[in-house]
Design a binder for this molecule. Structure first.
Ligand code: IPM
Ligand code: MG
Length: 399
């Protein structure tokens, strides 16, 4: 029995390694960054997802369509709505992304994606892989970029979370060895660590940030985190003008609530799971995960999403129209920045700050005593059109 279990485990592990070696070979031979300025049209796919997803994605799309109306008219940008990434469909075909949906997604250049339900063991849904995670892998979206800004508290952070490796790479491929032992696998590769660290340093250099901080638990998770950290310091040498330091994830979670210390951090780079956890904590200072957008960036594709879940309960209780579209609209601002419309992205961010953080003429509560998502999106649209938008924003931020 024992022998058999061990043999089975060896075989399993061998197959995983083959799969991963193939993936790493692909990273090494991958084409370079796509150039959006040369594309016509840039195709933006809108994938509603499930639960409140389609409701809030629709509002974000409306805002984007307003900001890109000239580009749509002259054929530079095209919108496509892609249906079918629902938990019902995924469960029916037992795949995290149905084949036809994936095919449509791959015909686009950038994706705006609503939240999707992620099942786990014991749920009524089959325990299929998360659609987010699958899409990140399928499109090789290796960087999860999450900014958090609270100007009044001196917080201006940007997280570069590695998005395709770590425990996520092999999340669905763990092994039930026998009735006593369950094993999952964690993987960090040199090309994987290299490209995320490089992106973080490039960002720092481009935006004039002075410091990049790496977060691991390399004192305990010696091999994989050790590899990540080693690569971080190797790449840092190419950026001698930028200061570097590294922290362990446990103390880092504490330091984010240290009001004096936390102002010193600027750019973070970290493996996938630590990034997942730390970015939720960080988003809380800005008003919670509902206010945070997230960019999933690869060299050929990019996907922009909310960082919260699909809130099925809101739909069951008939409250989906009261769901807050802020996170999706934030993600849309990141999308604009990414495809070369940074001016429009900046405007949208300012309008969102005003509507959601400062002026708050309309407040979303998720219930009928608050504004609907559509009303909030209208409020954002009105605010964008204010010729004094920038002055109004500066007033609030300094005030
Ligand atoms: C996120 C989410 C996902 C993740 C879940 C839904 C699989 O928490 O985008 O941070 O863990 O990456
Ligand atoms: Mg998360």
């Amino acid at each position: 029995m024992k022998r058999e279990a061990i043999e089975r485990a060896k075989e399993h592990f061998g197959r995983l390694l083959e799969m991963q070696m193939e993936r790493i070979a692909k990273i090494k031979s991958a084409p370079d960054w796509i150039d959006y300025s040369k594309l016509k049209p840039i195709i933006i796919g809108v994938v509603g997802g499930d639960g409140i997803g389609p409701y809030i994605a629709k509002e974000a799309q409306r805002v984007l369509e307003y900001l890109l109306q000239d580009e749509v008219k002259n054929g530079k940008v095209e919108f496509r709505v892609i249906e079918g990434l629902t938990i019902e469909n995924r469960a029916a075909c037992m795949k995290p992304i149905p084949d036809d949906v994936l095919e449509e997604i791959k015909k686009c250049h950038v994706i705006l994606k609503g939240p999707t339900t992620t099942p786990r063991k014991g749920d009524p849904w089959p325990n299929i892989e998360s659609a987010n995670v699958a899409m990140r892998k399928e499109l090789d979206l290796f960087a999860n970029v999450r900014p958090v800004r609270v100007p009044q508290q001196g917080i201006d952070w940007i997280f570069f979370r590695e998005n395709t490796e770590d425990v996520y790479a092999l999340g669905p491929y763990g092994l039930e060895v026998d009735e006593d032992i369950a094993i999952d696998f964690r993987l960090i590769s040199t090309p994987g660590a290299d490209r995320i660290c490089r992106l973080a340093f490039e960002h720092a250099r481009k935006t004039g940030k002075k410091k990049v901080t790496c977060v691991t638990k390399a004192n305990v998770v010696k091999t994989t985190d050790g590899r990540f950290l080693e690569n971080f310091y190797r790449i840092a040498k190419e950026y001698p003008d930028i200061q570097v330091d590294d922290w362990y994830i446990d103390i880092m979670t504490a330091k984010l609530i240290d009001e004096k210390r936390r102002r010193e951090f600027q750019v973070f780079v970290l493996p996938n799971l630590y990034g997942d956890i730390l970015t939720d904590e960080a988003a809380e200072f800005q008003g919670g995960v509902g206010t945070a957008g997230s960019a999933n960036i690869g060299k050929q594709y990019a996907m922009f999403e909310a960082i919260h879940g699909s809130a099925p309960r809101m739909v069951q209780e008939g409250r989906a129209i009261y769901a807050d579209p802020s996170s999706m609209i934030r993600a849309s601002a990141m999308l604009l920045n990414h495809i070369g419309y940074a001016d429009k992205g900046k405007k949208l961010e300012m309008a969102l700050d005003i509507c959601g953080q400062y002026e708050k003429k309309l407040v979303i509560t998720g219930r009928p005593n608050g504004a609907t998502g559509a009303q909030f999106a209208d409020y954002v649209l009105e605010t964008i059109q204010d010729p004094n938008l920038e002055a109004r924003w500066e007033n609030y931020v300094k005030g």
